[in-house]
Design a protein around this ligand. Structure first.
Ligand code: SF4
Length: 345
């Protein structure tokens, strides 16, 4: 089996709230717990879940903006946690990030052209002509006129700013882009344009995406595979069409049932789910979803369900829907089932 582009193994991040100089127990936020997945070149893995489920912390862990409590993040088989200076700089060329807020992630004092070429300046010396040629080329790639390279972010619309953020991410020719709620601040029509642009760029350049979103309609449009997170853990990971056709974990089922459907003739499935997401400071024992789950049994209150591989290429963590009394097979390998490229809608 080929080495995946990105492999995440048992990634865990706990944040301590405050210091313990008075020798009191310090509350710990369990933001990410034992998360494993892989991403192949040219693949889009979407991570979905309610706010506070840990999906944005995963984005920050992948980019080494925060360090993990334990676990590994490997690019082409190299653990990035151990990389120092020069190897780390080289790795940073290969992974770029697109942020949620296209305005606050752009330097308001730089022109669009300067914003695009700034990351390249960290690696190569470009003269003025090369810089302008690069900025013009990338602006064209993201569907903007090269003349816009002289404009400031404040002179661009929300959609243009997000295109500019994507152009900046493309400047270093990355293999992987981590997009954290990259379209959620945009109008619906602009969202569709940006999603189509991302799919186009993937088909032209073979880029892989880790796409983080709470919006299932966005995810359905762009994902090859989808990981559903609840309170810091992946509870189901499946090929996109399999997940939406037959959600298996009760939480996935409830999420899909709650998503708006733009078809008044379609009957929506009623899936009862009550209560709020529990605090990650004091998550419930056993399956963290058990206080809200209509299918919960006694075992759910004490034993954390393992991710169990299913015959259709998904992995599910549920004692009732995916029972396993045995030690589970390697969930990472099972979750790395081959994917098919989606075509441009
Ligand atoms: Fe519900 Fe139990 Fe499955 Fe958790 S393990 S989702 S509580 S049935």
């Amino acid at each position: 089996m080929n080495t995946p582009l990105l492999k995440v193994e048992n990634l865990t991040k706990h944040f301590r709230l405050g210091t313990d100089f008075l020798k009191k127990a310090v509350p710990i936020v369990r933001a990410v717990e034992d998360v494993s997945f892989s991403v192949e070149p040219g693949e889009t893995l979407c991570i979905v879940g309610e706010s506070g489920c840990g999906k944005s912390t995963i984005a920050r862990l992948l980019m080494r903006i925060v360090e993990p409590t334990c676990g590994r993040v490997m690019i082409d088989g190299t653990d990035i946690a151990g990389l120092k200076k020069q190897p780390l700089r080289e790795w940073r060329r290969r992974m770029q990030m697109v942020f949620q807020d296209p305005y606050s992630s752009l330097n308001p004092r730089l022109t669009a052209g300067q914003i695009i070429t700034e990351p390249v300046d960290n690696f190569e010396r470009l003269n003025r002509q090369d810089r302008e040629a690069l900025a013009a080329d990338l602006l064209r790639k993201v569907g903007m006129s090269p003349e816009m390279m002289h404009r400031l972010p404040s002179e661009l619309s929300g959609g243009q700013r997000q295109r500019l953020g994507i152009a900046r991410a493309l400047a270093l020719k990355p293999s992987l882009i981590v997009a954290d709620e990259a379209v959620s601040a945009l109008d619906v029509s602009v969202q569709a344009q940006i999603l189509n642009l991302l799919v186009d760029l993937q088909q032209q350049m073979g880029i892989a995406y880790v796409f983080i979103s709470h919006d299932l309609s966005v995810v359905q449009h762009i994902a090859h595979r989808v990981a559903v997170m609840y309170l810091g853990r992946i509870v189901e990971l499946a090929p996109c069409e399999v997940l939406f056709a037959r959600p298996t974990h009760p939480y996935t089922e409830a999420l899909i049932a709650a998503a708006p459907v733009p078809d008044p003739a379609r009957v929506r499935l009623e899936v009862p789910i009550e209560g709020e997401v529990p605090s990650p400071i004091n998550p419930p024992r056993g399956c963290a979803f058990h206080p809200r789950c209509p299918l919960a049994v006694e075992r759910c209150r004490t034993v954390v369900p393992p991710l169990v591989p299913m015959a259709d290429g998904r992995v599910v963590a549920c004692h009732v829907r995916a029972p396993s009394m045995d030690v589970p097979a390697d969930p990472i390998a099972a979750a790395a089932a081959p994917f098919t490229h989606i075509s441009q809608p």
